[in-house]
Design a binder for this molecule. Structure first.
Ligand code: ADP
Ligand code: ASP
Ligand code: MG
Length: 432
């Protein structure tokens, strides 16, 4: 008998029928003799709809109230799911984040889990109940307020529960069969991976692959939790995300083909339309200006990703500095820089939110050269212009026009030999 944590995303519980399907899956796991703890997301696009509603009521809402509002989405699905399980003759008990002991810091909208005290969950398990926990939410001890963990945060709830309860595996269910070599909505020839290293998954998630939330992958790596990403809508074994020292269950390994176990140079391609580019035009090319600019940007709370500085024009002694930030952060950075324009001495600011970021990720890059050449060559054949480039040890990213991103991803995917034989299936969801 094992303890299994399962997380069901919004598309898995989008309506009454889906909730019943998920309930059956949970009951099947229970029937197989396992203890089951479930983290559940809000139904369908509920979180987006609540956010839209908030914006209609007030253009800027108080972070505390926003968390009160958004956390209600997961409460609806947890109670409905428990009811569906009851009606199948099984004992189930739902818990909010605070009842489940999900203790966070006080940062509304992006709270970090600082402790998990699952006393009530243990009691419920000991009494033979299936435990259902509202994902994405926690509680701060000092403010005594409800917090949320950031968009996609139910994944983190699941992983944190798995760590705290010492679960055997954390199964994360969504509308695709697992982790693919690219987003199957963008690259139809994307291939499902049987395994991916936690290190590569972190880079994929950080660069737009929302199939797993980056903080969940980080948490899993830090606490030695094995994630199995899979689909509610099929019986596929999904993808195992392996941290250091982990290996796939022997029964699963036996079903894999030899070739699947080889280490490819490139694990996958990630795409991100969520960034904007800010260009600071006409910056005096003297020491200290970059420090001034990025100190101002950091103080605004904007999270800088890529940076490029042009060669300065000899005639003017001025240069342009461009950087990317998540779209919602761009206005923070622009406002802060504009306020310091005369102090820093730049000429102008340009805001461009029509960019797309494409990243190629693979641990094999450490030992193989030529990955950037293949990437640039593939992009040049489609006439896609590269605007910025950045690299890490196991990743190369480029910024291109947003309209070119999907085509660029397909071409690059083919160039690295990642295309599968069959078209990838997206079972549900709106991709929102
Ligand atoms: P959930 O609502 O269940 O949390 P998400 O919408 O957050 O699900 O994540 C699943 C989606 O992630 C898929 O529908 C797919 O479009 C997207 N995705 C992005 N990159 C990948 C990838 N590499 N592999 C699989 N899915 C991906
Ligand atoms: N419902 C939240 C969201 O849509 C959390 C989650 O689904 O993981 O972001
Ligand atoms: Mg998600």
């Amino acid at each position: 008998m094992a303890l299994i944590v399962q997380k069901y995303g919004g598309s898995s519980v989008a309506d009454a029928e889906s909730i019943k399907r998920v309930a059956k899956r949970i009951v099947d796991t229970r029937r197989a003799g396992h203890d089951v703890v479930v983290a559940v997301s809000a139904m369908g696009d509920t979180t987006d709809e609540l956010l839209d509603l908030a914006h209609q009521v007030a253009p800027i809402s108080a972070p505390r109230e926003l968390d009160m509002l958004l956390s209600s989405g997961e409460r609806i699905s947890m109670a409905l799911l428990a009811m569906a399980i009851h009606s199948m003759g099984f004992e189930a008990r739902s818990f909010t984040g605070s009842q489940a002991g999900m203790i966070t810091d006080a940062t509304h909208g992006a709270a970090r889990i600082v402790d998990v005290t699952p006393v009530r969950l243990r009691e419920a398990l000991d009494e033979g109940a299936i435990v259902i926990v509202a994902g994405f939410q926690g509680f701060n001890r000092d403010t005594r307020d409800v917090t949320t963990l950031g968009r996609g945060g139910s994944d983190t709830t699941a992983v944190a529960l798995a760590a705290a309860l010492d679960a055997d595996v954390c199964e994360i269910y969504s509308d695709v069969d697992g982790i693919y070599t690219a987003d199957p909505r963008v690259v139809p020839k994307a291939r499902k991976l049987d395994v991916v290293s936690a290190e590569e998954m972190l880079e994929l998630a950080a660069n737009g692959a929302k199939v797993l939330y980056i903080r969940a992958v980080e948490y899993a790596r830090r606490h030695g939790v094995m994630i199995n990403a899979r689909s509610t809508f099929s019986s596929s074994q999904g993808t195992f995300v392996l941290g250091a020292g982990m290996s796939i269950p022997a029964a699963v390994a036996a079903t894999l083909e030899e070739s699947a176990m080889e280490e490819p140079i490139v694990a996958g391609v990630a795409t991100d339309l969520g960034q904007a580019k800010v260009t600071v035009v006409g910056v005096p090319d003297v020491p200290g200006k970059a420090a001034e600019i990025f100190t101002v940007v950091a103080k605004s709370g904007a999270n800088v990703d890529m940076i490029v500085q042009n060669v300065s024009a000899a005639a003017t002694g001025r240069t342009d500095i461009s950087f990317t930030v998540p779209k919602p952060d761009a206005s923070l950075a622009l406002r802060a820089l504009a306020a310091e324009q005369s102090g820093i001495g730049f000429e102008n600011l340009i805001h461009d939110d029509q960019i797309g970021k494409l990243s190629v990720v693979g641990a094999g890059m450490r030992t193989h050269s030529g990955v950037s050449a293949t990437l640039f060559e593939a992009l040049s054949t489609t006439g896609v212009n590269i605007e910025m480039i950045s690299t890490s040890e196991i990743r190369i990213s480029v910024v291109v026009r947003g309209d070119d991103l999907a085509e660029a991803a397909r071409v690059v995917h083919t160039a690295f030999g990642l295309d599968g034989d069959v078209e990838a299936v997206v079972h549900a969801g709106t991709g929102r």
